[in-house]
Design a protein around this ligand. Structure first.
Ligand SMILES: [Mg+2]
Length: 397
């Protein structure tokens, strides 16, 4: 075991879905490209050229096409299987370096290279540079790397210089590295908390440890000591090799203007379920519980959750729940919403074998094949790649 070396690596593919599309079709490289649904769609991934035009994730496709009319929109490929395949190849290449690889999502993970016998920092850096180059050369995937002494700091580091970033935080420099960054980089410090901290003059990570304990406790609740420990760059969690670490799948969308029409909200909610379910399938998982959260103009939240009798990896299983949960969560129906969030939890592994012996499961399997076939037909019928301005939009209401 090496000591004093930044042996924990976080890697995060840049604009993953778009990068896969660009790897499969080099004509898309260097262009304003986004992967997303066309009908009640949400942008799932946008190239850096598209981001420069104001397109972000997740944004309704219609809005993306409005602000970036020459956006090239690519539909999701048949049930994500190609994306899953690139993801597997990415992590397989990581495993040629170290057996300790923790896959956090389809395009993000940790590696512990402390078991590889590197003698100095230069050795770690050159091995990781080589891996980064290999991922680009062999898979066509640009990936950003963060190297540090622990998972928390490496995960923040990998986000710093995207795309194709490579950020090393030397051992002992963790707190100094985090100090100038906005408090929102710390995991668990969401937008709401960030706004609250800012209004109390706590803007950067380095502002946190110096605050009086009573103030931190009042702002952050009982978890304040943990937040201060993170601000000091402390984290002792180990890189695990279980992919079960992904305990839930969630996505949220903050609207530019508050939305009051329930049809629009439902469309956005279903679009997020589609996106998340594609990730669930790519991870070979199923989920049982759907949580829908809404936020009103005044930042108050309401939420509702319900579970299916059996875990599923089909979005259609959750559509009826989505509609009723939205009705339950949106208690103040006359107040427009500023945010909607969706969480899928109760993650289980896939159990396709079992389905062969149970009637409802067999039905699901048929639905799944049908969905994949329809996806494939759609892709063949319409040109899979269309320019944004060629696409007519139906009014959502
Ligand atoms: Mg990524």
């Amino acid at each position: 075991m090496s000591r004093g070396l930044p042996t924990i690596v976080h890697l995060d593919a840049d604009a993953f879905f778009v990068s896969v599309e660009q790897a499969l079709d080099p004509a898309l490289r260097g262009k304003k490209v986004a992967v997303g649904g066309r009908e009640r769609g949400i942008i799932a991934s946008a190239s850096y050229e598209a981001r420069a035009c104001g397109v972000y994730t997740p944004m309704p496709t219609s809005q993306a096409l409005r602000i970036c009319p020459d956006l090239i929109l690519v539909g999701h490929r048949d049930g994500m299987s190609r994306y899953g395949e690139f993801s597997h190849r990415l992590f397989d290449l990581c495993e040629t370096v170290t057996p300790l690889v923790e896959r956090r999502s389809i395009d993000e993970g940790f590696m512990d290279v402390g078991v590889c016998g590197f003698r100095d920092e230069a050795g770690v850096v050159s091995a990781m540079r080589e891996l980064q180059a290999r991922l680009l050369r062999e898979l066509g995937l640009p990936v950003s790397f963060g190297l540090a002494s622990n998972k928390l700091v490496s995960a923040v580091a990998s986000k710093q210089n995207k795309p194709r970033g490579f950020t090393v935080v030397q051992v002992g420099n963790e707190e100094a590295f985090l100090a100038p960054l906005p408090v929102g980089v710390l995991p668990g410090v969401g937008k709401k908390t960030e706004v609250l901290l800012k209004s109390n003059g706590i803007v950067r990570v380095g502002d946190l440890p110096a605050q009086p304990e009573a103030l931190l406790a009042s702002l952050l609740g009982s978890g304040w000591r943990h937040v201060v420990a993170m601000a000091q760059g402390l984290d002792e969690s180990a890189v695990g090799t279980e992919s079960e670490d992904a305990k839930s799948y969630s996505q949220q969308e903050t609207f530019r203007c508050d939305i009051g029409e329930s049809a629009t909200i439902l469309r956005i909610t279903k679009g997020m379920i589609d996106n998340l379910m594609a990730k669930v399938r790519a991870d070979a998982k199923r989920v049982r519980t759907l949580t829908v959260k809404v936020r009103y103009q005044g930042m108050e939240d309401d939420s509702a959750a319900r579970s299916l009798p059996e875990a599923s990896d089909l979005e259609s299983s959750f559509y009826p729940l989505a509609e009723s949960l939205l009705r339950t969560a949106w208690r103040r129906r006359t107040s427009p919403l500023r945010l909607v969030a969706v969480k899928l939890s109760g993650v289980e592994g896939q159990a396709r074998q079992l389905e062969l012996f149970s009637a409802p499961g067999a039905g699901d399997e048929r639905k799944r094949r049908l969905a994949a076939a329809v996806d494939a037909l759609n892709l063949r019928g319409n040109a899979p790649v269309q320019h944004g301005h060629q696409i007519k939009h139906k009014k959502s209401n």
